[in-house]
Design a protein around this ligand. Sequence first.
Ligand code: CAA
Length: 403
Amino acid sequence: MNISHLWSIFEFLFYESFNCILHMDFSLSEEHLMIRDAARDFANTELLPGVIERDEKQEFPDELVRKMSELGFMGIMVDPQYGGSGMDTISYVLIMEELSKIDASASVIVSVNNSLVCYGLQAFGSDLQKEKYLTKLAAGELIGAFCLSEPEAGSDATSQKTTAIDHGDHYILNGTKNWITNGGRSDIYLVIAQTDRDKGHKGINAFIVEKGMPGFDIGPKEDKLGIRGSDTHTLQFNDVKVPKENRIGEDGFGFKFAMKTLSGGRIGIAAQALGIASGAFEIAKKYSKERKAFGTEICNHQAIAFKLADMHTEIEAARHLVMKAAWDKDQGNNYDLSSAMAKLYASKVAMEQTVEAVQILGGNGFVKEYHVERMMRDAKITQIYEGTSEIQKIVISRSVLKD
Ligand code: CAA
């Protein structure tokens, strides 16, 4: 090997390591920082006042949804061609985290509209469906809901009891969907139903159903433990006539449509969990620097300081998983595994760290005006919806064991 050969190896290694440094850049761009700050500002000035009352009265924030639409938050990742903001998934995660730090009820409205409804239509809808529905959903003129869960098919999503029978130019839809976020307030519902039971998951389709279609009834609102400002209902479909052009994708694509859409949705919920955890952490940290016990601020006691150290570490670990999942989606990588890991971990962190925040605030943590008890209640749903933690473990373990 001569000297010029050695030199080219050195050049190659130098180039590769330089490239590696570029790829490992964890900093946010100027644009991302501006988007995060805009969401933070909105959350503090608009969502914070009234958040306790909305939780108490289970009040849907109609006016705030209108304001979020004006900021482009209802169609964050939608192509501007369809009236969306054209932002990336990292921006979506940043917005979700900031909104969720203050009000997880408001953020789930954003999340379902963005990642389950708008994304589903943008990625898999026909031109006609995009023109007719996506443009209005992205602008926030319409709100959307995603209807997969049923009384007997939550985690076991292939066991759909809702049927859609082919009648030529339309389907006849019958069945019940429950725990539907935005259930009463939506205008557009993406409904998953069985069209041919003999074909198993290949006999499932997804349909666009409009509020007001004859036979479509909205049941009473659920009285929930958390995210009480969001709107959750059971829906009933009795011989609803759905035009064939409202089926999403090829015949039999419905189950894959649901799975692919939920993979992105899980990034949104992971970001929501991250926001709930970091919101509670910020409150606990501030409180610990003000509250005195045994002659000093409680943060000076190692018992509290170490809690804060653990909380911060856990939250940062969750943040890295959430960002990695968002980055995978933006890069066009498969994100089924990274979104499942992000949701599993961030939701666990949200649950555990909100409990710690309540503990740091002591008696005040148990009182509504200090917010952390609400955050603790809100955190629980992040371990349940869009696939329970146990479902995320199925997705992760299958992926890990594949090779
Ligand atoms: N992308 C594309 N295709 C996928 C996929 C994905 N992410 N995941 C599975 N599939 C495909 C499989 O490849 C398979 O297709 P082939 O037979 O052609 O290979 C088909 O789908 C069936 O897959 P599985 O055999 O893995 O199906 P399963 O019955 O074992 O279930 C599961 C898999 C992951 C457990 C799935 O049922 C699941 O995710 N369940 C949870 C459902 C869920 O998240 N519900 C939440 C409700 S929505 C909600 O909460 C919204 C709200 O309002 C907030």
